[in-house]
Design a protein around this ligand. Structure first.
Ligand code: GTQ
Length: 352
């Protein structure tokens, strides 16, 4: 039978209509979309400039308290996914503001969260009874089902508004319909360990002698910028610069060598001044937070100029190159651990 045959086409059309009430659908009409030759997702690259976003974060601070909002966040939505609270199909990103004296009350949820401090210092996040004071560039984790609250008491007698990037696996958990949440009766959780305890125990190439990892999640929840930055500097000076990534390191669970959390990979990279990267693509789309320096990311030929505190997203399988006009430091996160676990991650370092 020939598909161009009008009679046949009409018969097929009638067949599809008859299928509808039975909730049946013909695969052959959608096979190419369902099983694409190469990734064909809807997401587009996008950049949020700090200068554009900052006034709106400030306005949010005037309109609602952290306590009323529970989490006062402006979500970074992929322009191709309006209303879906997603920056890629699998990732959520937002910018959270906490003003001096405020408390974002304690809760816990199945979703894993990361914080990357963008602006200001002296706020804290408390995870499972231990507080961590935030400084720009610090990377902090809130693993699945851990109690956490945020506050801003200031530091050295000074308090200022603090903004950080929230990265969560919200769309993944939604995909699995596996979300649970609980609010704590206490606004701020009881502090049971002194600040820095987890980092002392697990973050210095040593582990308590009887420690056995009981989960894939990192036992340290704060990765201070000062230490990570020093390493990038050192490796940059030693010339260990990859043609595609510059000096790019991944954050680890120091007890296993694995990812800090099972669903989110996090990276920090230095692009030395004048760096002009070769084209790269991978199936894990990534969200970037610019810490230092100015440069450009060119995604599928479209150029996005970035500077400090800007955020951008590079979706899955989009070929992109990175350029730096000054020494630039980029933080990024992706769903790589999940793709690795499923054995579906693909990446390609293309020739220049
Ligand atoms: O800080 O717990 O941006 O639960 C979204 C959901 C932050 C948080 C977000 C959350 C949080």
């Amino acid at each position: 039978m020939n598909a161009n045959d009008t009679g046949a086409a009409e018969m097929r059309g009638a067949f599809y209509r008859d299928l509808k009430p039975l909730h049946l659908s013909p695969l052959w009409e959608s096979l190419a979309t369902l099983v694409p030759h190469t990734p064909n997702g809807p997401c587009v690259p996008a950049l949020w400039r700090w200068d554009d976003v900052r006034p709106f974060i400030e306005r949010a601070g005037e309109l609602i308290t952290a306590e009323e909002a529970v989490r006062r966040v402006l979500i970074l939505e992929n322009p191709a996914l309006p209303g879906q609270s997603s920056v890629t199909q699998s990732l959520y990103a937002g910018l959270q503001l906490i003003l001096p004296g405020e408390v974002a009350p304690a809760h816990r949820h199945v979703q894993s969260a990361l914080r990357f401090i963008v602006h200001g210092k002296g706020a804290y996040t408390a995870v499972d009874g231990e507080r961590t004071t935030m400084h720009p560039g610090d990377f902090i984790i809130t693993p699945s089902w851990t109690w956490h609250d945020h506050g801003n008491d200031g530091i050295d007698g000074q308090a200022e508004p603090v903004v950080w990037l929230d990265g969560l696996d919200i769309p993944m958990v939604r995909f699995f319909d596996a979300g649970f949440e609980e609010r704590n009766a206490a606004k701020s959780q009881q502090v049971s360990r002194r600040e820095g305890n987890a980092l002392a125990r697990y973050g210095h190439n040593l582990l308590p002698v009887d420690y056995r990892p009981s989960s894939p999640t990192s036992p340290i929840f704060s990765y201070p910028y000062e230490r990570s930055r020093e390493v990038l500097d050192r490796l940059g000076r030693d010339g260990e610069v990859d043609d595609w990534h510059g000096v790019k390191l991944r954050y680890v669970n120091p007890a296993t060598g694995g990812w800090p959390m099972p669903t989110l990979a996090t990276f920090l990279q230095l692009l030395p001044r004048g760096f002009s990267g070769k084209p790269y693509r991978s199936t894990d789309g990534a969200v970037y937070s610019v810490v230092e320096g100015r440069g450009r990311v060119v995604v599928d030929g479209v150029s996005f100029a970035f500077g400090p505190k800007d955020h951008f997203v590079v979706p899955s399988w989009k070929t992109h190159v990175l350029h730096a006009d000054e020494d630039a430091v980029l933080f990024s996160f992706s769903d790589r651990p999940v793709q690795v676990a499923l054995d579906i991650l693909r990446e390609e370092k293309l020739p220049g």
